[in-house]
Design a protein around this ligand. Structure first.
Ligand code: FAD
Length: 354
């Protein structure tokens, strides 16, 4: 079991790709550190994605630092399972000290250190890297009538495969990639309706994750701050392209409210539905940082690079572009982690990661 009141240089909270990338550079910096992850198994959120999910880009374009993802035999775009296997092997390869399952419940200031309270005792550290991702905080918009609706409601995080919805009337809400991909496969077996707040923006067919990462790289190198969304929001993976060609990707404006049996629009029209799938995104999972009071009036954490302005011993890696360009992607996590660990190593007086 984990020991209480353990002292170390750095505690990394979260053992997904972002936490592992931080671990890689902490090893190279010869820092003493531990990675705490609340899951039983390696892989972070990749272990929870729906069954058919594949990466946006070929394996060679989705590397963590040091050891690149091998190809998945027979598949140009690797499966989520392949990514979890890669992350599990990555941990072993670099002998990363991941403790599982250990959930961080609160990070506090304690004299000259930060104290990380967990489900397995308390760690003291000179620095904390938070890499808890967004999957633990699904977001559902506050649409009136949500509590009145008697059908089934689920979020992206609850969805695994289309089979159980066969023959049902299913409403998919959301204008991003999760919605488009889940809609694509549901529409093969169910009567689907797609609701989006604004018309969905499909990327050109020949744009995949490679192009998105190139855009992110240009931004890292000092380009514009325009989102990757400049290109559109939805990557036309094969299942989504096929659904579009079938005519299954026609979106309707978002409903005004839910009724006990379906949805209703402002003009009085209604539609019945057996299930509503909220593919409405995520927020950063930051509850454990609340005791540090790192938030501004808008509820955001102001950063210098990945370093928290209100608590310079705290760094954030992953989550989204606000912690570093494409920081929430496999290829971007390494860049942000490298920069964060360089700052930490300066403070620790240890050797810098090269
Ligand atoms: P996570 O993988 O969520 O890891 C965080 C870890 O911290 C988890 O194990 C979590 O359980 C744990 N944790 C959370 N809170 C605590 C706590 N308080 N204490 C301890 N542990 C905690 N990126 C790409 O590069 N290519 C793609 O093709 C791609 N496809 C995607 C498809 C989907 C559907 C989604 C949602 C994302 C996709 N991404 C893709 C983006 C990104 O790669 C993933 O979201 C990735 O999982 C983010 O990694 P992370 O380490 O930041 O977070």
């Amino acid at each position: 079991g984990a020991s209480a009141d353990t002292g170390t240089d750095v505690v990394v909270v979260g053992g997904g790709q972002a936490g592992l990338a931080a671990g890689y550079f902490l090893r190279r910096a010869r820092a003493r550190f531990v990675i705490l992850d609340d899951r039983a198994e390696p892989g972070g959120a990749w272990g929870d994605y729906w069954d058919s999910l594949r990466l946006f880009s070929p394996a060679a374009h989705s590397p963590l630092p040091g050891w690149w993802m091998p190809e998945e035999p027979g598949h140009e775009y690797p499966s989520a399972r392949h990514v979890t296997d890669y992350l599990a092997e990555y941990e072993r390869r670099y002998d990363l000290p991941v403790r599982r399952p250990v959930a961080a419940t609160g990070v506090r200031r304690a004299d000259d250190a930060l104290e990380v309270a967990t489900t397995a005792g308390t760690w003291r550290a000179r620095h904390v890297v938070s890499a808890t991702g967004t999957w633990r905080r699904p977001f559902v918009p506050d649409v009136p009538g949500r509590d009145l609706y008697e059908g089934r409601q689920l979020h992206t995080v609850d969805y695994r495969s289309p089979g159980e919805f066969a023959g049902q009337r299913v409403v998919v809400v959301g204008g991003g990639n999760s919605a488009a991909q889940i809609l694509a496969e549901l529409s093969e077996v169910a009567h689907t309706t797609w609701l989006t707040r604004r018309p969905p923006r499909l990327m050109p067919d020949d744009v995949d994750g490679r192009v998105l990462f190139d855009v992110a790289t240009r931004r890292t190198l000092g380009g514009t701050d325009g989102g990757v969304g400049d290109l559109g929001d939805i990557v036309m993976v094969p299942s989504v392209r096929e659904a579009r060609d079938r005519g299954a990707l026609k979106a309707q404006p978002m409903a005004e409210r839910l009724t006990p049996t379906g949805v209703a629009w402002a003009d009085g029209s209604t539609m019945e539905a057996d299930a509503i799938v909220w593919c409405t995104g995520f927020r950063a999972a930051l509850d454990h940082l609340a005791p540090l009071d790192p938030f501004d009036a808008d509820g955001r954490i102001p950063l210098d690079g990945s370093r928290c302005r209100r608590e310079p011993r705290l760094h954030l890696v992953g989550y989204g572009d606000w912690t570093g360009a494409a920081s929430a992607t496999l290829i971007g996590a390494g860049r942000t982690a490298k920069a964060a660990v360089a700052r930490i190593a300066e403070d620790l007086g240890a050797s810098r990661p090269r």
